[in-house]
Design a protein around this ligand. Sequence first.
Ligand code: AMP
Length: 441
Amino acid sequence: MTQNHFAALKLSRLLLEILSKEGYSDPTPVQKRLIPVLLSGTNTTVSAQTGSGKTLAFLLPAFEKMIPATLPPVHHYPKLFVLSPTKELAQQIYEVSRPFSRALGLRGVLLQGGGKRQEETRKLKQGVDVIVATPQRALEHIEAKHIDIKAVRHFVVDEADMMFDMGFVSYLEKIFGMLSTGAQKVVVSATITPRVVKLAKSYIQPLRRIELDPPGMIAETITQHLYPVVKSKKEALLSWLISTREIKKALVFVRKKELADGVAESLQSWGYKVGILHGERMHGERKRALLAFREGRISMLVATDIAARGLDIPDLDVVINYDIPHVKHDFIHRVGRTGRAGKEGVAMTLVSPDEIEQLHDLHKVLGSKIKEVILPEFAPKEVKARGYLIQAPQRRRGRTKPNATKRGDIVLNKKGKKRKTTKRDGFKLLDAKKKSSKKRR
Ligand code: AMP
């Protein structure tokens, strides 16, 4: 076995073997920081940048504690319970957990709205060790006594801020209230908002807070481009970008479900294989679209913010923001679908004049890293005239000074071309100085 740097985190040999087999050799910074804290049994709220490897960071310590002393367990009861706001994210967490469950002889189950309730119940009754669920469905099973919630040793709420956005907080409160005091409780959130803190403080004591990354930051590895565009030309620009930038696989974000359908239809008409991910699509349709996109059978996925939160899609080079989301954090989440786990990524944002206000709200998040690209064919007239949308181009360093005095300095001539200064320039400057001192007298 080649050296696995997870060993430094004091994980057992068995887990190291699984990690190597799954292709993980170096822990991410989030994993380095969080795994020892969780191994010590601490209750924690954690803010971690999207794509930071947080799933393994919260799963590994729990699995470490679940390694059977000798033979695999005969009695299965819920020990690890993870809640996720969306079905897709729950599925993703479940997939990450599976190789570990399998190797440890543990049983896992995925519980989600739209899933087959009877099959879930059957599995729960047969006994499971690991549960990954969406909140409402989880509560239904708990209330039906299919889950012995008091037995749970490790409880994780992922994407807690989104739980609030989606109105799931009452389910969370109920479930928190039923957990045993001895269970380790971990709340993971891209941003630890005041609402998240309030919830955590009400149910978790003592509580440690870890801010792993500056909250709400976009990874440095992502190149961002902003395209000002006349609203009616957005579709044309999208088509132009995909073809001229030779984009093979893109996740296209839109604010509204209806728009997702429209944009997908256009992409289809241009000959691309397209999937759609939004709240009104059937569970099966969403699952199939995501799988096809992951496996590369379709090249474009058009999604709304809620449906695509936290998704991990391999080899996703480009995220296209067809519009600006209402909520600032959604922008970070959108862009965070690319450039994951330290890889490079590109985010292209199309912005029309009616979205300027939202764009200004985003300014802090965008920082100076975003580069405006003004395409004369698509940009609004006033943007073309001004030369920029929100950021005046930065003055180039080392620009030539027009009032250079030394002979041989570079100045610009009337046509804006560079030329060397001459003796005459020096005399002109001297004359000008004399004139101004005479005036002062
Ligand atoms: P997450 O933030 O948990 O959604 O993870 C983001 C991506 O990072 C996923 O594709 C993981 O498979 C990947 N990942 C997580 N941990 C590691 C690691 N230690 N080394 C390489 N990739 C990782």
